[in-house]
Design a protein around this ligand. Structure first.
Ligand code: IPE
Ligand code: IPE
Ligand code: MG
Length: 240
């Protein structure tokens, strides 16, 4: 029997809220509300499974192109959920970190994000990263900009630039690459999520719409992952 691959970091594209609502003749935003309940259960399940890192894609840089009314409800929901959830996440020992860029977020939301990060900073049961206003291309670009700046000011030589250095400049610095990527909602694409970080991540796609995704479905993804063989470019014989 091959060894079960380690599972420290799970990254999820929580997709399908709008279709879930549409199937029920409800406004798309009703799907987002139900999506929050699913999110709560999945976070709890990850704590139970002793997953170390969970990264959730909540709002992409491209989602700013959606109708203003939907964006406005989403932003209100982020504010509401932070208000209602942060305390109990803190009690569970969850360390919160927000990945993405904040222009467009209200001052109130930015303040809540800051406070949530500050409050949970020393927790270490589960490292929960919320990608909000995040885009993989933006992440790589901002890293490149910072590196170029260091080179221009002679704090860094071009020869010093390697993969490790670039990783240190990504907003995910300090977080290991995801072991397992899950996308719900049936689409088989990355949609500008963690482009650099997913290079060797195992991919799992579920047709279940996010509001219906539950700990049993998560368990299915974990089972599917457990029988994968991660080779990272090597041949099977080298792995033993
Ligand atoms: C994911 O669900 C939530 C966000 C992108 C904010 P969608 O809103 O994309 O739902 P579908 O894909 O239209 O069903
Ligand atoms: C990806 O879902 C972003 C989030 C779930 C936050 P989208 O619904 O925005 O992706 P596309 O448009 O189907 O690629
Ligand atoms: Mg979608």
């Amino acid at each position: 029997m091959p060894d079960t691959p380690a599972l420290a970091h799970v990254a999820i594209i929580m997709d399908g809220n709008g279709r879930w609502a549409k199937q029920r003749n409800l406004p798309r935003t009703a799907g987002h509300r139900r999506g929050i309940e699913a999110t709560r259960a999945i976070i709890e399940a990850c704590v139970q499974h002793e997953i170390r890192y969970l990264t959730l894609f909540a709002f992409s840089s491209e989602n700013w192109k959606r109708p203003k009314t939907e964006i406005s409800v989403l932003m209100d929901l982020f504010v509401e959920s932070l208000q209602s959830e942060v305390q109990s996440l803190n009690e569970k020992g969850v360390c919160l970190r927000f990945l993405g860029h904040r222009p467009g977020f209200s001052d109130g939301l930015c303040k809540q994000i800051q406070q949530a990060e500050e409050l949970t900073r020393t927790n270490d049961t589960l490292f929960l990263n919320i990608a909000m206003g995040y885009g993989g291309r933006w992440d790589i670009l901002q890293a490149v900009e910072n590196i170029v700046e260091d080179v221009v000011h002679e704090r860094l030589a071009v020869e010093d630039i390697d993969e490790a250095l670039l990783e240190e400049h990504l907003v995910t610095h300090g977080i290991p690459a995801p072991d397992l990527f899950i996308r719900t909602g049936g689409e088989k694409r990355i949609s500008n999520f963690l482009l650099w970080q997913l290079a060797y991540t195992e991919l799992y796609f579920s047709d279940i719409l996010w509001p219906d995704f539950n700990p049993d479905e998560l368990e299915k993804a974990f089972e599917n992952y457990r029988v994968r063989q991660r080779r990272f470019g090597l041949i099977q014989e080298q792995l033993a």
